[in-house]
Design a protein around this ligand. Structure first.
Ligand SMILES: *Cc1c(COP(=O)(O)O)cnc(C)c1O
Length: 386
């Protein structure tokens, strides 16, 4: 274990958790005040929330919740769903489908709209479907479905749903800050993010960005919210009352703030993600590897099929043992079939990717894969041209 070491055991190139920069780790070691009693902390919390809203180009209120990314998704569903509510679950990936569980758990009736896991959600097909079926309180949409690297176009999907007054819960945990978001223009209602993906803080926090329409829906419920920890209404007057529903994890929030300040002072972040995502895809394809998807490529993660006869486990183990780099396999129906490279947040630098692709080149050739290009060299060549 590396619990007493200051450097990481492996270079994380996974699609979350991602690498945590030193200034973020240091911020987590600052002296703590009592976050329940010190009003300055309430100001700091609110400022940090406002910073998230401004980075996402919205006037909607952000709340930071004390729980890993999943808490935001559950809190959105718990707070909106009343028994008997019909909810449209857009399923073109593992997380997309997973929303059905949260909807059912809080008494809602999920209607699963299934679409290909290899393609970005076809917005015109959804528009056709909605003509006949639009009696939903809200819809759950995943921005980047990480197990397959699927990027859905929330800039079109959310406004389309809004035409039928369907609210949207958007899981952008693994896309936010690596893909462009204008929450006001996209008309998201509850937009969910997490600390451990492109934000590049450790896991532990989620945040939700809530529209006034979502607040109205929460406030006009006929039944109480069947949760305490996942109840967004409890935060309604936290600022006026200087009171949080539970003690805030102050060190985590110090770390998050440092990570958000890093993002705010990095005007090229999205451009860099786009260049690295594109060069990574081109490199793998030029070498003869196959990307899992046919369309909808997120610039935060690349997913490729493991060549016939090679095991995911062997690749991942050799990357760790020989090169001290951690990549990820995947889960659910993708288990054992694909490898995922997470190039989001602090992972998304040319040097991290060059090192990773050089190591991957070595491991794949060692396992007998015939690559048609030298991965790191090809990548550098492409990314320098962009
Ligand atoms: C990482 C992630 C989450 C957060 O949950 P995990 O516990 O890390 O799985 C939620 N949604 C998506 C799309 C994610 O990639």
């Amino acid at each position: 274990m590396n619990r007493f070491h200051s450097t990481a055991r492996y270079k994380l190139m996974t699609p979350g958790p991602t690498q945590v920069l030193e200034n973020v780790r240091m911020a987590r070691s600052l002296a703590c005040t009592n976050p329940d009693l010190d009003e300055e902390f309430v100001e700091f919390y609110k400022e940090t929330c406002t910073l998230i809203s401004s980075l996402l180009h919205t006037k909607n209120e952000t709340l930071i919740l004390d729980g890993e990314g999943i808490l935001g998704l559950e809190a959105a569903c718990a707070s909106l769903t009343e028994p008997g509510d019909r909810v449209l679950v857009l399923d073109n990936g593992v997380y997309g489908k997973g929303f059905a569980d949260f909807v059912s758990m809080y008494g809602g009736i999920p209607d699963i709209y299934h679409a290909s896991y290899e393609h970005t959600l076809d917005v015109s097909a959804l528009a056709e479907y909605l003509k006949e079926h639009h009696d939903y309180k809200y819809a759950a949409v995943v921005h980047c479905d990480t197990p397959s690297g699927m990027l859905n176009d929330i800039s079109k999907i959310c406004p389309l749903l809004k035409q039928y007054s369907i609210l949207t819960v958007v899981d952008s945990v693994s896309a936010m800050f690596g893909e462009y978001i204008d929450a006001d223009a996209f008309q998201t209602d509850i937009l969910c993010g997490g600390s451990q993906k492109a934000v590049s803080a450790p896991p532990g926090l989620s945040f939700v960005v809530i529209s006034s329409a979502a607040k109205e829906a929460i406030n006009s419920r006929r039944t109480p919210i069947a949760s305490f920890y996942a109840n967004l209404k409890l935060f309604e007057t936290y600022y006026e009352d200087k009171w949080f529903p539970y003690t805030m994890p102050i060190s985590d929030i110090y770390g998050l703030r440092a990570a958000l300040d890093n993002i705010a002072s990095d005007p090229d972040m999205l451009k860099r993600h786009a260049a690295i995502g594109s060069a990574t895809r081109k490199t793998l394809q030029a070498a003869g590897l196959k990307l899992y998807q046919q369309s909808g490529f997120s610039n935060t993660v690349t997913v490729f099929n493991v060549p016939e006869g090679i095991s995911v486990r062997d690749i991942l183990e050799q990357m760790k043992q020989k090169h001290r780099i951690m990549l990820a396999g995947s889960f659910d129906e993708f288990a054992g079939k694909v490898i995922r490279i997470g190039h989001m947040g602090a992972n998304a630098t040319v040097s991290n990717m060059t090192e990773t692709l050089g190591a991957l080149d070595d491991v794949l050739r060692g396992l007998g894969v015939k690559l048609q290009e030298k991965l790191d060299e090809y990548f550098l060549h492409i990314v320098r041209e962009s």
